[in-house]
Design a protein around this ligand. Structure first.
Ligand SMILES: *Cc1c(COP(=O)(O)O)cnc(C)c1O
Length: 413
């Protein structure tokens, strides 16, 4: 058999209208493509990383010295955040969907003893980890967190800020306050909220560790930089126990971003090879976020989410989510059970919406970086078309009237 080299890979332009990745901003793509080749110790690359660190602290509203970013995606930042969890550590994790479910798996992997790993290597049941499972579609509430932390008094507590699987906003304030009351170090998966919601880390003193991603609210490319931030309490705990990793140990990683012994130093030192292209893209996405302002951007998400929500409701769908960047919905009852078919039809046309990744099957439509009349109207029309294609009925005049009434006067395009 002879091996033939494949033709060059061409990937088409699609409309990313799911939970993430969002449509990378053109300014970010330009920064990525425009960067010259430079190694990871070149002066402008190092300066760019230091500037990113300062911009990130500003965007995330924190004085945490250990605020920087990890090469990769959301799971890279989360793995870094979970690195301080040692076998046998007492943890309480709250889950209410796909992503917090994987976070809880990671926590069990980190906290499991060697004997527990040996019993179920890919799904260790760590006795020291308590997982409080909240059903899909329901939020993690202050009362739930309070009760579980009061009972278990863990070293670490975990929750997703926004659970992207079910489109649910969890009670960050209640979580942070319960952590403070019970002396637990809070850890937050902020992968889908950073860059969308206007919130400041320093308003939540019960939370010791935060992790996010490049390609959702920050409009950067996946596999560039995933932000993390750690309070002093986290770093002290890590110092006293160490971590079973070199590359994802926050103390080691922070050095390349010019953070040593809790102090900013002028120049980063080698931790791993960083990419000048990725640094340039990430830098531009942070500039973009600061220029737009989080207050304005989060308002804009709320406004456009409401239009999309009302339009699909008009089509007979039932929206069950409360996340400003994503709606999760049930199809009209006549089409119930055909969610995957509808999603596949849309994806085949380059309209990238998503199903839920765990039960129950629902449809997810996101508006990351789609914050204008034209973009939201396009999503609404494409979705209406998909419903009609399955034999559902859509009153297009009513939909157009709704778009016109929302966008015609009050909201600028
Ligand atoms: C997207 C997401 C993740 C996973 O992030 P990747 O970038 O795919 O690694 C984890 N948690 C939440 C809440 C998410 O929305």
């Amino acid at each position: 058999m002879t091996f033939q080299i494949f033709p060059p890979l061409e990937i088409p332009e699609t409309l990313a209208a799911g939970p993430g990745p969002g449509n990378t901003d053109v300014r970010v793509l330009k920064a990525f493509a425009g960067a010259g080749f430079a190694d990871h110790m070149q002066g402008d690359v190092l300066r760019g990383m230091i500037e990113c660190k300062h911009m990130l602290r500003k965007i995330w509203g924190t004085r945490n010295a250990y605020t920087f970013a990890v090469a990769g995606t959301g799971w890279s930042a989360l793995d870094t955040m979970f690195s301080a969890i040692m076998p046998g550590d007492k943890v309480v994790a709250f889950t209410n969907g796909t992503f917090s479910g994987i976070d809880a798996l990671t926590l069990r992997i980190k906290a499991a003893t060697p004997a527990e790993h040996a019993v179920r290597p890919l799904d260790p049941q760590a006795a020291s980890v308590t997982v409080v499972e909240v059903p899909h579609g329901q939020p993690v509430t202050a009362e739930l967190v309070e009760a579980a932390l009061a009972e278990h008094k863990p070293k670490w507590a975990f929750m997703a800020h926004w659970e992207t699987g079910s489109g649910r906003v969890n009670d960050l304030r209640g979580f942070s306050e319960a952590c403070e009351r019970h002396g637990a170090m809070g850890l937050i998966d902020a992968v889908s909220s950073l860059g969308v919601e206007d919130f400041a880390i320093d308003d939540y003193p019960g939370v010791a560790g935060w992790a996010s991603c490049p390609q959702k609210g920050l409009c950067c490319l996946p596999l560039t930089y995933a932000p993390v931030s750690f309070a002093d309490a986290y770093i002290e705990a890590l110092k006293s126990t160490g971590a079973y990793t070199y590359v994802h140990n926050p103390i080691f990683e922070a050095r390349h971003w010019g953070i040593v012994d809790g102090q900013d130093v002028e120049k980063g030192t080698y931790h791993r090879t960083h990419s000048g292209y990725a640094v340039a893209a990430f830098h531009e996405s942070l500039r973009l976020t600061l220029q737009e302002g989080l207050a304005k951007r989060s308002m804009s998400y709320r406004t456009h989410e409401k239009v999309l929500r009302d339009a699909v409701t008009e089509m007979g769908c039932e929206v069950t989510s409360d996340m400003p960047s994503l709606i999760v919905l049930n199809l009209p009852s006549a089409l119930s059970g055909r969610e995957m078919e509808l999603v596949q039809n849309c994806r085949a046309r380059g309209f990238g919406i998503w199903p839920t990744l765990s039960e129950p099957v629902q449809v997810r439509i996101g508006i990351l970086n789609q914050l204008n009349r034209e973009a939201v109207s396009r999503i609404v029309r494409l979705f209406a078309e998909a419903i009609r294609e399955l034999g559902g009925e859509v009153d297009q005049d009513a939909i157009e009237a709704l778009l016109e009434s929302r966008y015609g006067t009050s909201i600028a395009a």
